[in-house]
Design a protein around this ligand. Structure first.
Ligand code: SAM
Length: 576
């Protein structure tokens, strides 16, 4: 049944869409669509298709994306708790596909909470390179941090900042930037009726002003040759084509990048960038330039055929660098995506054609200036920081110098144990505590790239090469490994979820339908015979931390002793 749509919205769409208006309006009567994206950090797409208990059909523009049936309950399955997939609206999977992220890139997701697109980016990085994921809403960064941890991401830093504060720190630093901008959410009306009221409160004009400011600062952080993707889930040209026209007109170092349109996508309209139905003037647009080479979004045809002159056949190129996903032309709620590039620097008087090669050069300089990764025998190189001195935490109230209440960088968003307070309160050396835990329980940590950093008693594994984060509000300074505490190292839930089972000396795995798995997820103690545990190496003590897995995918820690497995799942991670 069609929702009561705002009159101004309907009138605007009639003007924009002309003869397609009726088809667009009819899409509001179509059933809601459900999507999930498998997490290739943990499971490859083919394996997932074989193992999935849900009724899936592929999403044409995203290799790891699938529609699932309305009767499926992917949020209520042990695989969800293992981070094997992320539940995501199908059209929302398009922007990251067009960002063309490669392993090793430095990537910024500027408006990231709750983390759908960040987890998609992290999967494309495959643990190599850096993901800086940020949102200016403190509360929302808690969900963001939790989703990053659930997905098992090891190379992300979570920040809670305004783009203007990030721009000087990361000027010209990123190979890829995603601006999934806050918007009036017109594409969400079918999925979430509360967006209709919200549209009436937050006008298109207000959103457009915020977007202009955000994307301007974002572009300052783009390295020469780097790619910026701007996306919204709204239809208004003022929030889409006009933003891109403004951005390009304001910075001659930026240019459009032609993109390949997946079936069902249509090209954004350059003329909508001049002026929109709401009367917001754009600026002059620029001519398009080179094609984006490796767009992974080349896929088989979608169910609905795109129609009209802008949607002819597969292999279509949008020279404007802008794509529209309309709900009446494909199976998704709708999105806008634009791809722009910062021109490569001239080399010997010529334009550098291989931006990646140039990036590698500048990266070496930064890496040389940074600390080497810590490995066995390099323990004393760990960077240890007093929380109050080194970084602002996830809580604005904690900017003082004592690092006291609420000051732990990365104060848990998830109900986990709070940080240990200021460095002075830490009885053990966090690096030593971590190392002795790793020696006793883990396999292969010497091979990890990155470095240890500590904030108070909390220990993180941070990706290499980052500039100093001093003065920024840091929610997670890297992969949160655990807390050195007063007596011994307590591993975090994030560590459990980021490990592979083969990296842990002592583990236990049950199948998804094993009642013990459900009991564990609900926080109960398990009773297991010693022979049921899998042990690599000597385990004469038969007690201590044990990685609990579902079908070999970690879901949390238990502490084993004398046939009993004490449940270490933090309250915020339990099945409710
Ligand atoms: C469309 S949502 C992002 C969804 C997210 N990319 C995902 O895929 O899960 C837009 C986000 O922008 C954030 N935001 C709003 N203004 C911002 C600003 N000035 N700087 C950074 N983030 C901002 C909002 O808090 C919101 O979480």
């Amino acid at each position: 049944m069609r929702q009561q749509l705002p009159e101004a919205f309907v009138n605007g769409m009639r003007t924009l869409l002309g003869e397609q208006f009726d088809a667009f309006m009819a899409s509001y009567d179509a059933p809601r669509l459900y999507g999930l994206r498998s997490n290739s950090l943990k499971i490859d797409p083919e394996q997932w298709r074989q193992q999935s208990p849900f009724h899936l059909r592929p999403i044409p523009w995203c290799e790891t994306g699938s529609y699932y049936d309305g009767d499926d309950r992917p949020g209520k399955h042990p695989y969800y708790h293992a981070g094997l997939y992320y539940i995501q609206e199908p059209s929302a999977m398009a922007p990251v596909e067009l960002l063309n992220v490669q392993p090793g890139h430095r990537v910024l997701d500027l408006c990231a909470a709750p983390g759908g697109k960040s987890t998609q980016i992290a999967a494309k990085l495959q643990g190599k390179g850096v993901l800086v994921t940020n949102d200016n809403a403190g509360e929302r960064t808690k969900a963001l941090a939790k989703n990053i941890e659930l997905a098992g991401v090891r190379n992300a830093v979570v920040l809670n900042e305004e783009p203007a504060s990030l721009a000087p720190v990361f000027a010209g630093w990123f190979d890829r930037i995603l601006v999934d901008a806050p918007c009036s959410g017109e594409g969400m009306f079918r999925k979430d009726e509360s967006m209709i009221a919200s549209w009436e409160r937050h006008s298109v004009e207000r959103c457009a002003g915020m977007q202009r400011d955000i994307v301007k600062h974002a572009s300052q952080m783009l390295a020469p040759g780097g790619i910026l993707v701007y996306s919204t889930c709204t239809f208004s040209p003022a929030e889409n084509e006009v933003q891109i026209a403004d951005l390009l007109a304001g910075d001659p170092r930026l240019e459009r990048v032609s993109i390949q349109l997946a079936p069902g996508f249509v090209e954004g309209r350059l003329e909508w960038g001049q002026a929109d139905t709401n009367g917001i003037e754009g600026r002059s647009t620029q001519e398009s330039s080179e094609s984006l080479g490796a767009n992974e979004a080349q896929v088989t045809a979608g169910d609905k055929q795109a129609s009209g002159e802008t949607a002819s056949a597969d292999g279509r190129i949008a020279e404007s660098g802008m794509a529209r996903l309309w709900p009446h032309l494909l199976d998704g709620e709708g999105h806008f995506v634009a791809v722009v590039r910062r021109k490569p620097l001239p080399v010997d008087g010529q334009a550098e054609s291989d931006a990646a090669a140039q990036q590698a050069g500048s990266r070496e300089e930064v890496l040389a200036a940074s600390e080497p990764p810590i490995g066995r025998g390099k323990r004393d190189r760990m960077e240890r920081r007093d929380e109050g001195r080194a970084a602002r935490s996830g809580d604005r109230s904690s900017r003082g110098s004592n690092g006291g209440k609420g000051a732990a960088a990365g104060k848990h968003a998830n109900g986990g144990k709070a940080g240990g307070g200021a460095a002075a309160a830490v009885a053990v050396d966090p690096a030593e505590a971590w190392r002795s835990f790793a020696d006793e329980h883990l396999i292969g940590t010497d091979e990890w790239t990155g470095r240890l950093v500590a904030f108070g008693s909390r220990v993180y594994w941070q990706p290499e090469g980052l500039p100093s984060l001093d003065g920024l509000r840091v929610v997670r300074a890297g992969w949160y490994l655990g807390d050195a505490g007063r007596h011994r190292f307590e591993p975090s839930q994030a560590l459990a979820l980021g490990l592979r089972r083969s990296e842990m000396k002592r583990s236990w795995s049950g199948s998804a339908d094993d009642a013990a798995i459900m009991r564990f997820l609900k926080g109960e103690t398990l009773h297991l015979a010693t022979e049921e545990l899998t042990v690599i190496g000597d385990d004469t003590a038969h007690k201590g931390y044990t990685l609990i897995c579902v079908d070999n995918y970690p879901i949390g820690w238990g502490k084993y002793a004398s046939g009993m497995l004490k449940n270490e799942l933090p309250a915020g991670w339990r099945w409710v």
